[in-house]
Design a protein around this ligand. Structure first.
Ligand SMILES: C[S@@+](CC[C@H](N)C(=O)[O-])C[C@H]1O[C@@H](n2cnc3c(N)ncnc32)[C@H](O)[C@@H]1O
Length: 409
């Protein structure tokens, strides 16, 4: 029976798992038979005592388990869709030795299913409470091939290396050398990497001293704690409580917030690109292209109330790419067309040169459409200190331990 059967019987946990799996397959997140079987089997609801069972099997819903004093979520059991995407990216095979950084229990148990009795999973969390809860879940579900460690996962897990796979389940701004060095020669690292404010879970394959991308997917994750902590700076350009509008900076120049706050109070101008998106088409590749092409493109984040008041036309929680130029700025938007399945990309500008800035952003959208639509970003990671002439052409993001390059075919 599934939830589509119109009987009065409540859904059993197996019904809920089957429905979850069917939806994950439909969304393209689950593909491999082994991963499908693991998702069909693991009783993930046992991780969350007191939470309604159906919620634990809702494909898009993370279970938030900890929030810091500033209201930022710092621990969760990731949503099934995100777990499925990362596990598929990791290409886990029986007998492998796998490291998970950031524990919750559920993902580690999926990994344990996939590596089987001949394989091992090590899961590391910096937070003792989380490690303890993960331990309880793993015990309750009866998996013996999982080791739980409470430590800073930025160091990997030196006593258990080398790993065929490392899966990082917390947002990272940098790639510490331990992750590369603790991988086998052709090992894979899957990591939600933040690049100029945009986080993508990337499957990397090790190639000697560098990592080469083999799959890039949109995602959202809680931020890293410990030595690798690197939160984005948020500057407000509208600071009325409850309807704040801010810019998230990730290596971008410090903006003139007073001038931009004044700009936001001026009427907006519009520039339309003529580039169409289908109703179900994501902006994710365009956004990564824009941040590669334009120097000063932080993300604008706004409270829903700011949108309701008409201050901004978008309040996406992931942030909206926003081109800043001195006292003016413009952000990416879409508008409806006569066809309900086609939306036109454009930019909304504010400030003395808002129209020009919006036109520049729209021009880059046309370049993306002409030259890179359908392309996927190619991302490589090199150790910090690698000379420029040994890097591929493209945008370079410098972090403490690594140099990340983004290029397009
Ligand atoms: C999204 S949760 C992990 C979810 C988990 N993999 C699951 O089963 O769905 C991210 C976790 O990363 C942990 N974390 C943050 N920084 C860390 C670090 N430097 N080393 C290890 N764990 C870290 C947090 O405590 C949090 O529990």
């Amino acid at each position: 029976m599934t939830n589509d059967d119109h009987t009065n019987a409540p859904a059993t946990e197996q019904d809920l798992r089957d429905d979850m799996v069917r939806e994950l397959i439909e969304k393209g997140a689950l593909r491999s038979p082994g991963v499908v079987a693991a998702f069909r089997k693991v009783p993930r609801h046992l991780v969350a005592c007191g939470v309604e069972m159906a919620k634990c099997y809702s494909v898009e819903e993370p279970l938030i388990t900890k929030t810091d004093s500033s209201g930022v979520h710092i621990s969760s059991v990731s949503a099934p869709r995100i777990q499925a995407i990362q596990i598929e990216q990791a290409d886990i095979q029986p007998g492998m030795n796998v490291l998970e950084i950031g524990s919750g229990g559920v993902n580690a148990v999926y990994l344990a299913e996939l590596v089987g009795e001949r394989g091992n999973v090590v899961t590391v969390d910096i937070d003792p409470e989380v490690a303890q809860r993960a331990k309880g879940f793993i015990k309750d579900t009866g998996y013996r091939n999982v080791t739980i460690i409470c430590d800073d996962g930025g160091n990997g897990a030196i006593d258990h290396q080398p790993f065929d796979r490392i899966i990082v389940t917390v947002q990272a701004a940098d790639i510490p050398s331990s992750w590369l060095h603790q991988l086998t020669t052709e090992g894979r690292l899957v990591v939600p990497l933040r690049m100029r404010g945009m986080t993508r879970t990337i499957a990397f394959v090790r190639d000697d001293h560098r990592l080469i991308s083999d799959g890039v997917e949109l995602c959202g994750f809680v931020p890293m704690q410990g030595a690798g902590q690197n939160r984005m700076q948020v500057v407000l350009i509208h600071d009325v409580p409850g309807e704040e509008v801010g810019l998230r900076l990730d290596g971008h120049p410090e903006p003139d917030t007073k001038a931009l706050a004044a700009a936001l109070r001026t009427p907006r101008t519009e520039a339309w690109s003529g580039v169409m998106l289908a109703g179900d088409e994501s902006n994710e590749h365009l956004d990564l292209w824009l941040t590669t092409a334009l120097d000063n493109l932080p993300l604008m984040a706004a409270e829903p109330a700011a949108r309701e008041r008409g201050l901004v036309a978008s309040a996406s929680p992931l942030g909206v790419p926003t081109l800043v130029d001195g006292d003016s700025f413009a952000y990416r938007t879409v508008r409806r067309t006569g066809d309900p399945d086609r939306f036109e990309l454009g930019a909304l500008g504010h400030g003395p040169r808002g129209q020009q800035v919006a036109e520049r952003l729209a021009a880059e959208m046309r370049t993306w459409d002409r030259e890179h639509r359908g392309d996927r970003a190619h991302i490589e990671v090199y150790p910090a200190g690698t000379p420029d002439d040994q890097l591929p052409a493209g945008r370079v993001i410098d972090r403490q331990h690594s140099r990340v390059t983004i290029s397009w075919p």
